[in-house]
Design a binder for this molecule. Structure first.
Ligand code: BTN
Length: 321
């Protein structure tokens, strides 16, 4: 983006009151007409900027800016740097390409639009511009590949901590969906680049429904999706969610690296919506019913069924009444 346009946008995003064209012109050393041209260009890009006669401009859209986000992070390990893309196929794919090109641990990649946002089990992920937080984090954990599945659960614990700060009823659904009162508010996709015995990088991709899109959810997810703002009862910005998610994820990741998987597993189990309950799991081939008994070391769910304990590596879980 043109640097002056970006500066106009940054001022609007940081202001809690209407900002006059005169003031921005003075601060940026340009004419009022030039400010107006940048405002019009931003509107053309789809941003909702209201004009209040005699007072100034108000940015109504939720704008996510990498620099603003990065400046809010208190942790040192993740989010330095943050990068924001207007459009990408998938932030996970792009983060993987960056990792393959040598990008260091901690890089956070965010995007306004994903043409092919990806979900678990080969599904797609809907990214609503301005309403969805779509981000991927490059990790380079000192782990062997067999331990990497644990990172999906570390991420679930971190994201759960973060979202719970906004809405207390958020629960994890095995393996790493985040639900609010039964509807999905966020999902996590963890992907690994490795060779036998060595992990080169892990990409942790997180999608959070921060607000309900004005046009509503696409039909296929309308019945199962919800958003954090509705759950919290206030309009939440993507910047505050991203900052909290990155910080909580960093905390969970560092705890895991220092103390191992046991404490994470315990926290995951406490936050899980069906611990000790009767559930049905579809593992891609069949439905299996039983009591969610515990979580194995690799994140597999241990189900106590009528035929004995079954280990389920991947699938979809529903809680039975
Ligand atoms: C799921 O619930 O199935 C996982 C969804 C993960 C979506 C996020 S959005 C950012 C990152 N980029 C992707 O393509 N997917 C993840």
């Amino acid at each position: 983006m043109n640097p002056l346009r970006e500066a106009v946008l940054a001022r609007l995003a940081a202001s809690h009151a209407p900002l006059s064209g005169d003031r921005m012109a003075g601060e940026l050393g340009i004419s009022r007409a030039a400010v107006w041209k940048h405002i019009e260009a931003l509107r053309q890009q789809g941003l909702d900027i209201a004009s209040h006669p005699g007072q100034g401009y108000v940015l109504q859209s939720d704008v996510l800016q990498a620099g603003v986000l990065e400046a809010q992070l208190r942790g040192k390990r993740l989010g330095h740097p943050c990068r924001m893309l207007e459009q990408v196929d998938s932030t996970n794919l792009e983060a993987m390409r960056l990792a393959e090109g040598g990008a260091a641990e901690g890089l956070v990649l965010l995007a306004e639009r994903q043409q092919h946002g990806r979900g678990r089990l080969g599904r797609s992920w809907h990214t609503a511009p301005q309403d969805t937080l779509a981000m991927s984090i490059i990790l380079r954990p000192p782990l062997t590949p067999d331990k990497v599945p644990q990172l999906s659960l570390v991420a679930a614990v971190g994201v759960h901590d973060a979202l719970s700060a906004f809405a207390p009823d958020v629960r994890i659904k095995w393996p790493n969906d985040l639900l609010h009162r039964g509807a999905k508010v966020a999902g996590i996709l963890t992907e690994m680049w490795s060779e036998p015995g060595v992990v080169h990088a892990v990409i942790t991709g997180i999608g959070v429904n921060v607000r309900r899109p004005e046009a509503g959810w696409p039909k296929d997810i309308a019945a199962i999706a919800t958003d954090l703002s509705s759950a919290a009862g206030r309009k939440i910005s993507r910047t505050e969610v991203a900052a909290r998610v990155i910080e909580c994820l960093e905390q969970a990741y560092l705890d895991f690296l220092s103390h191992g998987f046991a404490p994470i597993r315990q926290r995951w189990w406490q936050a899980h919506l069906a611990s000790g309950q009767n559930v049905r799991v579809h593992d891609g081939r069949e439905y299996i019913e039983g009591i969610a008994q515990s979580l194995d070391d690799d994140g597999a769910l241990l189900l106590a069924t009528a035929e004995g304990v079954r280990r389920i590596i991947a699938g979809d879980l529903e809680v039975l009444a």
